[in-house]
Design a protein around this ligand. Structure first.
Ligand SMILES: [Fe+2]
Length: 241
């Protein structure tokens, strides 16, 4: 069976946005996929450096200094949301031709996979050399959600995501497909039910990417399942575009 992950070409504004962000915060002007070199500089405390040198359990994997900086940037510079929503209107809304509106995750998740680490936390039940095996419905996400992955640096081999080709495939995670994305494309996948995971990044290159969730407006239900304090509902987790 062919993969149910679809790739779409796009003009991707986010590498430039992130380059600007790292320039503002750290005067960093080198390629984003060398970001791990920035981490060695005196901008960072020992704890902040150490955080990126170890794997973390999945509930404790959101304390990266880079993730915090991103959220500071989004709060401070309104152009981020303008760019984000424009990108979605232009590139993702047309993928739902039956819909006049779509329900969109208000702020994208940003992922950093640094060399010898992974972008997500591990689960104690993970098989050897597999990091964070899950599908999003495991974490309370609603089955009407579709996932979109937007690369900020090229995604390939072990800096990227591995996924089964379709839900309930029973594929051994070591045989999952590797998601390869250049920065002029993005991926659409039903990761709500398709298992996916990371591996230890052995590429020597940092991967940065966004992942977002979108629900066709006609399928949106005001589901109030709560998970770890995040309410998956309009105005809170999602907005309508
Ligand atoms: Fe996921």
């Amino acid at each position: 069976m062919s993969s149910s992950v679809q790739k779409h070409k796009c003009e991707n504004p986010f590498p430039q946005v992130l380059q600007r962000m790292f320039s503002i915060f750290y005067d960093y002007k080198n390629p984003l996929d060398n970001l791990h070199e920035l981490l060695e500089s005196s901008f960072f405390t020992l704890d902040q450096k150490q955080y990126h040198k170890h794997l973390h359990e999945w509930t404790k994997d959101r304390n990266s200094i880079f993730v915090k900086r991103f959220h500071e940037y989004v709060d401070k510079y309104t152009h981020f949301n303008e760019t984000y929503y424009e990108f979605i209107r232009k590139n993702i809304l047309p993928l739902f031709p039956e819909e006049t509106h779509i329900v969109v995750q208000k702020t994208p998740n940003i992922r950093f996979s640094l060399p010898d680490n992974a972008a997500i936390g591990y689960d104690k039940k993970d098989p050897d050399n597999i990091i964070g095996l899950h599908c999003d419905s495991d974490f309370g996400h609603h089955h009407t959600e579709m996932n979109f992955i937007i690369p900020i640096t090229p995604m390939f081999e072990s800096n990227s995501i591995y996924h089964e080709t379709h839900p309930d495939s029973n594929t051994n995670p070591h045989d999952f497909e590797n998601l390869k994305l250049e920065t002029n494309e993005f991926a659409q996948a039903y990761f709500n039910k398709i298992h996916h995971c990371n591996r230890i990044n052995k590429t020597g290159k940092t991967r940065i990417s966004f992942d977002i969730r979108i629900i066709p407006y006609s399928k949106y239900q005001n589901h109030i399942e709560e998970f770890k304090g995040t309410k998956f509902e309009l105005g809170n987790y999602y907005i309508v575009l």
